[in-house]
Ligand binder design. Structure first.
Ligand SMILES: NC(=O)c1ccc[n+]([C@@H]2O[C@H](COP(=O)([O-])OP(=O)(O)OC[C@H]3O[C@@H](n4cnc5c(N)ncnc54)[C@H](OP(=O)(O)O)[C@@H]3O)[C@@H](O)[C@H]2O)c1
Length: 222
């Protein structure tokens, strides 16, 4: 089984960004080097890092280790029909990226993605990427731990599929006041099968003026 840690920046009003269409990178302005280094160290400690296609479309992230000396994890993006811009940074910088599409994704789209340097495309699921199936593929590739950075829909699906082993939240001390900004979790199809699931607070500390909370499943509590 792959150990999946979610790692998110959340504002006081529970938002993942400053507004609809805004990049979560805007939140970096509200913290300093100590937290940035720790955050990139977390990336380096895992063999893969995942964001949803929505985050690639809105933020165009690099998902590399830059503020800490360590290896870059394999970047993983579920994009059911392969709908991410061919100009995306993570398709063009030569680093390893795996794009997961569903079985119905058009062959031409898959071929265009796979033609990018160091980009691999796998098919998992019907209609939408099946995350459990994707994890089995990644396990076969030797991946044992993964950071999932968001956004709302991918995180919701991971919790719903009970794939999360650890939650890390960086509590950004601002209120956005942006009602339409993405919240922490949002179901892809508008209905949520998540029921109360209890987590244990495993650690809590402050770095660069930002609270960091780490949760593990309640059943695994010491
Ligand atoms: N603050 C933070 O820590 C942080 C981190 C990352 C992102 N964000 C923010 O989050 C927002 C984006 O969130 P989002 O919900 O729009 O996008 P997302 O969660 O990044 O991506 C969701 C998309 O992934 C694809 N997908 C494929 N299979 C899926 C599955 N099984 N479950 C869920 N998604 C699947 C779908 O697109 P297709 O229909 O194309 O398949 C889906 O719409 C942005 O504002 C970004 O800035 C914040």
């Amino acid at each position: 089984m792959i150990e999946i840690t979610t790692l998110s920046e959340l504002t006081i009003d529970g938002k993942l960004s400053l507004g609809p269409g805004a990049s979560s990178k805007d939140l970096f302005a509200f913290y300093g080097d100590e937290l940035r280094t720790w955050f990139h160290q977390q990336r380096a400690l895992h063999s893969a890092i995942m964001v949803g296609a929505g985050t690639v479309r809105s933020d165009d992230p690099e998902l590399t280790v830059r503020y800490f000396q360590g290896p870059n994890p394999l970047r993983v993006v579920p994009a059911s029909m392969g709908d991410i811009p061919l100009t995306s940074r993570l398709l063009n910088d030569g680093g390893a990226t795996l794009v997961a599409v569903c079985r119905q994704a058009p062959d031409a789209v898959v071929a265009a993605l796979a033609a990018k340097p160091n980009v691999q495309v796998v098919r998992c699921g019907d209609g939408r990427v099946d995350l459990a199936e994707l994890m089995a593929v990644l396990y076969g590739l030797g991946i044992r731990s993964m950071i999932a950075e968001g956004g709302s829909r991918l995180l919701h699906s991971l919790f719903e599929a009970k794939l999360v082993s650890r939650i890390i939240i960086k509590h950004i001390p601002i209120i956005t006041g942006a009602l339409e900004a993405p919240t922490y979790l949002r179901p892809v199809n508008g209905t949520s099968a998540l029921s109360l699931s209890r987590w244990s607070l495993a650690d809590m500390f402050v770095k660069s003026g930002v609270g960091v909370s780490i949760y593990t499943p309640f059943a695994n509590a010491a």
